[in-house]
Ligand binder design. Structure first.
Ligand code: FMN
Length: 193
């Protein structure tokens, strides 16, 4: 492990009223926060103006006030928590992704997906294409919840924690390798120089 924990931005990709996304994202953040190799910044797009058409004053009082671009710039790695909407990912997530440019470059991106029978994987695959254009490295291992609502108990814990905890560990192990490798590389030589 390197000298300091890497900074992981966890993006909550759904913004609609009544969304299930925070249940999934909060579980994932609890898993990630148990690790010594990272620190988490939970970025809820429901409070990010860039994802909401730039609506002024959309940020919640308890949401960090730094603009979305600054939070991505500060991150060494990103995990996108995304549902599947009509065989793809939410429009506000695309708006937020597109609002940022070079801040994405040379960083790893992992995915936690959820949805119906496909577990949100039809949202993840098109996201990989988008993130390739943004000079990121996407992580092969994913965490996926099929029939997501039934996967969690009323307290927000997975009803069958073993497999999903192992999936989260596998993804975070790969993400951590890339996060540290690319942090070192960016420091040695700015990307694109
Ligand atoms: C507009 C819409 C479209 C959806 N399309 C799909 C779909 O194509 N495939 C699927 O498996 N689930 C689909 N679902 C189910 C969602 O993935 C599931 O309800 C999930 O909880 C939505 O995330 P959210 O509650 O955080 O918004 C859809 C849900 C919505 C609201």
């Amino acid at each position: 492990m390197s000298e300091s924990p890497y900074r992981l931005a966890v993006i909550v990709g759904s913004v609609r009223d009544g969304r299930f996304g925070p249940v999934v994202a909060n579980w994932f953040c609890r898993q990630a926060s148990q690790r010594a190799d990272l620190v988490v910044d939970l970025v809820d797009l429901a409070h990010v103006p860039a994802a909401l058409g730039g609506a002024p004053g959309a940020a919640a009082p308890d949401e960090p006030r730094a603009p979305f671009a600054e939070r991505i710039a500060a991150a060494d790695a990103v995990v996108v928590v995304t549902p599947e909407y009509n065989h793809s990912y939410p429009g506000p997530l695309k708006a937020a992704i597109d609002s940022v440019g070079a801040q994405w470059h040379a960083k790893p991106v992992g995915f936690v997906s959820y949805g119906g029978i496909s577990g949100g994987l039809r949202a993840v695959e098109p996201l990989r294409v988008v993130f390739a254009e943004l000079h990121t490295v996407t992580i092969r291992e994913t965490v996926s919840f099929a029939g997501a609502h039934a996967c969690f108990d009323p307290a927000g814990e997975p009803v069958d924690a073993g497999p999903v905890n192992r999936a989260a560990t596998a993804m975070l192990d790969q993400l951590g390798w890339w996060a540290e490798a690319l942090r070192t590389a960016r420091a040695a030589r700015p990307y694109g120089s």
